[in-house]
Design a protein around this ligand. Structure first.
Ligand code: AKG
Length: 283
């Protein structure tokens, strides 16, 4: 199903019901079965390096070797399992998102960084909890449909100031709580407004995260530099996430353009002549 009509984003899911739900809400619950859970728990047990009581996200861990080990463990565990669910997609990154007891997590509503040209494509965080999650044990909260009403690019390391309050004034208490049991996963459009619920239980909430995009969609990354400018990168694959310092931006990658938002705060496309390479490989 590669190559949609002009202006119509490529589909995400093979299944029509999941596709309709994902397109409308910016999220959908998928069933993965339970066969992978023992191996997933074992990988977390063996590899994770959680220190302290805050939310642990391996993508921004200081040691790139750790990021790489986790990404390759997660993509090789989950990639084959979800291949048939997604419509010609590839996984470009994997991570651990581990919420210790007592942690509020990322409690402020936010959107994730931009990874593809969202006027043509969607990218996905497949959020896979290894324990049951609810409003008090670290479930994701969502603002359904919000991926469609704030079409800006989202740079590292922080949102662009001219795009306004990243939470867009949404109170987490009013957001939809995605309760899940082990074996279920939440596919989240990187553009949908979401946040963590607190983990008020006395057990750790381990999650595997898998980042996916359509195989034909070039990867993109925006990095906020100064005076409102953003540098644009077109990484060939997801390996830049394994090396990058969130504050300095991707290492060793060529800047393919510089953009700043228009006065209405919007930014839709790259400057003319700024075409990232097609990427079709995972990490
Ligand atoms: O897992 C969580 O608690 C929050 C994850 C999240 O919001 C993110 O990775 O952007």
């Amino acid at each position: 199903m590669a190559g949609g009509a002009p202006g119509v984003p490529l589909r995400t899911f093979v299944d029509d019901v999941l596709q309709a739900e994902f397109a409308a809400r910016g999220a959908a619950v998928v069933d993965l079965g339970t066969s992978f859970l023992d191996d997933a728990c074992d990988a977390v047990e063996r590899l994770s390096r959680v220190v302290g009581s805050g939310l642990h996200i391996s993508t921004v861990h200081e040691d790139p070797a750790y990021r790489r080990t986790v990404s390759s463990a997660v993509t090789s565990l989950l990639g084959p399992l979800v291949d048939d669910l997604f419509d010609d997609h590839c996984a470009f990154h994997g991570n651990f998102i581990i919420q210790p007891p007592g942690s509020a997590g990322l409690h402020s509503p936010h959107q994730d960084w931009t990874f593809v040209d969202e006027s043509q494509f969607r990218s996905v965080l497949l959020w896979v909890p290894l324990v049951a999650v609810s409003a008090s044990t670290g479930a994701i909260r969502l603002q359904p449909g919000s991926h469609r009403d704030h079409p800006v690019v989202r740079p590292s390391p922080v949102p662009h100031p001219s795009f306004g309050d990243p939470s867009r004034g949404v109170d987490p208490a009013t957001m939809q709580v995605a309760e899940l049991r082990p074996g279920q996963a939440l596919a989240i459009d990187h553009a949908v407004l979401h946040c963590s619920s607190p983990n008020t239980s006395d057990v750790v909430r381990p999650v595997l995260g898998l980042f996916l995009k359509p195989r034909v969609a070039p990867l993109l990354h925006y990095h906020l530099v100064d005076g409102g400018n953003m540098e644009v990168f077109g990484p060939p694959d997801g390996s830049w996430l394994l090396e990058m310092d969130p504050h300095e931006g991707p290492r060793g990658l060529e800047v393919i353009g510089r953009v700043s938002p228009a006065p209405d705060g919007r930014l839709q496309s790259l400057p003319i002549g700024c075409t990232p390479a097609r990427s079709d490989v995972g990490t």
